[in-house]
Design a protein around this ligand. Sequence first.
Ligand code: HEC
Ligand code: HEC
Length: 187
Amino acid sequence: MAFINICGFISLQALAAPDAVSGKTKSQTCFACHGVDGIGITPNIPHIAAQPPLSIFYQLVQFREGMRKGGGMEVLAKPLSDEDIRDIAAYYSALPPPPSTAGDVAKLTSGQKLAQQNYCNSCHAPQFQGQKQVPRLAGQSTEYFIVQLHNIRSGSRVDMDGTMGSAARGLSDEDIEALATYAASLN
Ligand code: HEC
Ligand code: HEC
């Protein structure tokens, strides 16, 4: 995993600047599910609008290499070159973030507390907006969020450097639901 990590980083440095306009053209096949605005059309499809470009890049590389599977993404990412992925990432990352969703107040408050106790913000950034290779969680679909955290906790989704796996290990199902409610409430 670390190898892909380093390679991805080097190729990012070495190639020409990513092109969001060409990224939009290359994203035509994605619109059916992620929308032209980066908002997933059903709750099991992630919002990718305003995700950090490096996070989109690494997730697509992981799908392409078969290291992450789900939603048929491993097939959809197969034909994409590194340059395609960088352009696509430039397009989606520049879109306005998904709107926040108000949830159950008790869950939301508990989620906020859990986020502080578990230092989620130290990686996902203060308002869960994401940074570098760390995905944005603010405004994310709660259904998608919950499924992914379960998968990361069980190890069926292997994260790129193991840090997220450790962060998820101690969370209960209830904790995960509360954290998802809190994340959705942010913008
Ligand atoms: C048929 C519907 C569908 C299409 C078409 C589709 N996706 Fe996805 N995508 C999904 C689903 C579902 C997931 C969540 C997969 C999982 O459960 O892990 C996903 C996950 C992702 C993720 C990971 C987001 C995150 O927060 O980790 C990225 C990035 C992504 N897709 C980009 C794309 C791009 C770029 C295209 C076009 C080349 C595309 N998708 C086409 C359904 C689709
Ligand atoms: C040490 C850094 C770190 C900490 C702490 C951390 N995360 Fe993460 N998180 C990541 C990284 C990196 C990823 C992307 C993993 C991958 O697929 O390689 C991620 C992915 C995720 C995802 C999947 C998002 C998506 O779009 O697919 C969720 C949900 C998540 N984290 C929630 C949390 C919560 C909740 C906490 C606190 C309990 C937390 N994280 C703590 C680094 C961290």
